[in-house]
Design a protein. Structure first.
Ligand code: VG1
Ligand code: CO
Length: 542
């Protein structure tokens, strides 16, 4: 019934910011996916007879790997697999299913916002029993295992029928195919005031949601149109496609430009939003105003008490280090804890589990709360809608009032994609070397106050994560951060995060790039971006 297949290690299976991501042809190499999945199982203990959740974002190669993973789970002794119908589970929905059914863990197949297709990206990630991405302790163990693996176990039974909801048997293991939307939609209905949102929409408030031909389509159709009464057509690109229609399912101003243009144009809807490949990111655009993800975290935290789930207030806020400090000002005013973690949702898990924080966010369009252990795109959309329904003001008014109350953190991220790895690594090591000499240095009107390489000391399990990004602080509160992406699949991606705080309301309506122009120039002077990468301009500005 089960067979043991000899294999040879691949040496490049190091999980990044969010699991292992590679091009599809890399994953299609003999035993490549099997090696990684077996290495996950080999790094875990005590799962015999327990439940494993499996689902993905529907991208190319999803179904093939799901079949492999189910057959390997059976051979390794899991008692049950729960899989989304059609192989579909958004990342936040998978997190919820793991928690709700007290599964041992889950395997999520996604490369998130990266493009899909035969020559594009694929990914595998393991989530633990709290529903969150495995912490570094586990991902390190998985990587070690991939370098030594000699065989994997699998059953040679026939494929599972993934398209029929219900229970099947596979070599002594139960496989339950579930509707991917039902449990998630029910949870959203518990968290938010659906009647209030329904009334808002019934009163003529127009929304436009772009699912970007990715996983949130079925979720958004059910929740926004069916349950909340948004007219047919409010949700667009709602059929998940293996290649996302040839686009990047990345909800930013470059890849969701059509939505942006519509929201800035005549007769724009009141509220525009989009999500990414696996449904954990969100883009929020009000009529005539884009809400930067960092601002969105701050505004959601400041107004969360208006939604039923957070009516008693929030325990604390956590943000990734490069995310702007806008949320810090909210935490200060509310008198609650504020935590700064490295990039990647896995670092929020301990804080959420310990009840230290309720809301978490990243500048990369990720926002979420203690309801699951992943960021959650539709959750952010619904919290915004709940706030709008209660405050009965426009997004634009809410944003402007927030800036007047807390000040505005002008913020932008400049990405240099697919830079030659050596050039990118050279840039970062050169920066690291000159950190000590930077304080006191003047660049025009800007003086460096401090500079370091961010290290995180987890207050719950005391683990330490070093080299998480170069931070340069200036007198007056401005900041530049440099780090290399841990999700890219070719070459290196340099991310430069630029931030300036402005308290004066008379200066809250400057174009962001203009407001940050001097810092942008200094970033190049300090790091030699153009000279080292050969790139005169960033590939993506968000
Ligand atoms: C990027 C983002 C990070 C996010 C990660 C996964 O990582 O910067 O904030 O957590 O993607 O998001 P990196 O290492 O490329 O900067 V997702 O939606 O791709 O799971
Ligand atoms: Co994602």
């Amino acid at each position: 019934m089960f067979k043991t297949v000899p294999t040879k290690p691949y040496l490049d299976q190091k999980p990044g910011t969010s699991g292992l991501r590679k091009k599809v042809p890399v994953f299609q190499q003999e035993n490549y996916a099997e090696n990684f999945i077996q290495s996950i199982f080999d790094s875990l203990e005590g799962f015999a007879g327990k439940t494993l959740v499996i689902g993905g974002d529907g991208r190319y190669y999803n179904r093939e790997v799901i079949q492999k993973a189910i057959k390997m789970a059976a051979a390794s002794g899991f008692g049950k697999v729960m899989a989304g119908k059609g192989g579909i589970l958004s990342t936040p929905a998978a997190s919820h299913i793991i928690r709700k059914y007290e599964a041992f863990g889950g395997i999520i197949l996604s490369a998130s916002h990266n493009p899909g297709g035969p020559t594009e990206d694929f990914g595998i990630k393991y989530n633990a029993s709290n529903g969150g991405p495995a912490p570094e302790k586990i991902t390190d163990a998985i990587f070690e295992r991939t370098k030594a693996i000699e065989s994997y176990k699998i059953t040679d039974a026939a494929d599972i029928d993934l398209d029929t909801v219900g229970t099947q048997q596979l070599a002594g293991m139960t496989v339950e195919v579930i509707d991917p939307v039902t449990d998630y939609a029910a949870m959203m209905e518990e968290l938010f005031d659906f009647p209030a949102i329904r009334a808002l929409i019934g009163g003529g408030f127009r929304i436009a949601f772009d699912a970007m031909s990715a996983v949130t389509g079925p979720y958004a159709k059910e929740i926004l149109e069916k349950r909340l009464g948004a007219p047919d057509g409010s949700v667009r690109n709602f059929i998940p496609l293996p290649d996302f229609g040839g686009h990047h399912p990345d909800p930013n101003l470059v890849h969701a430009k059509e939505l942006y243009d519509q929201m800035m144009g005549d007769n724009a809807p009141d509220f525009g939003a989009a999500s990414d490949g696996d449904g954990d990111r969100n883009l929020i655009i009000g009529k005539g105003i884009f809400v930067t993800p960092s601002d969105s975290v701050a505004m959601l935290a400041a107004n969360a008490h208006l939604a039923p789930a957070y009516a008693k207030g929030i325990a604390g806020i956590a943000r990734s280090m490069p995310t702007s400090e806008a949320a810090d000002r909210v935490a200060e005013k509310l008198g609650i804890g504020m935590f700064e973690t490295p990039t990647g949702w896995k670092f929020f898990g301990n804080l959420l589990d310990a009840g230290k924080v309720t809301i978490c966010g990243e500048e990369s369009a990720g926002t979420g709360s203690s309801h699951v252990r992943e960021k959650d795109g539709l959750w952010a959309v619904l919290l915004w809608l709940n706030i709008l329904a209660v405050r009965k003001e426009s997004v634009l008014d809410i944003v402007h009032k927030h800036w007047t109350e807390f000040g505005r953190n002008y913020y932008s991220r400049h990405d240099y994609e697919e830079v030659e790895s050596d050039a990118a690594n050279g840039l970062v090591s050169a920066l690291r070397e000159k950190l000590a000499t930077l304080p006191g240095t003047k660049y025009g009107a800007l003086t460096v106050k401090a500079a370091d390489d961010f290290a995180y000391h987890d207050p719950i399990d005391q683990s330490v994560s070093k080299n998480q990004g170069i931070r340069i602080f200036f007198e007056g509160g401005s900041r530049i951060v440099f780090r290399l992406s841990g999700t890219g699949t070719s070459g290196a991606t340099l991310r430069v995060y630029i931030e300036r705080y402005e308290v004066d309301p008379a200066r809250h309506n400057i174009d962001t790039q203009e407001a940050l122009a001097d810092l942008i120039a200094v970033a190049d002077t300090i790091a030699g971006i153009k000279a080292r990468t050969g790139r005169p301009t960033p590939s993506v500005i968000t």
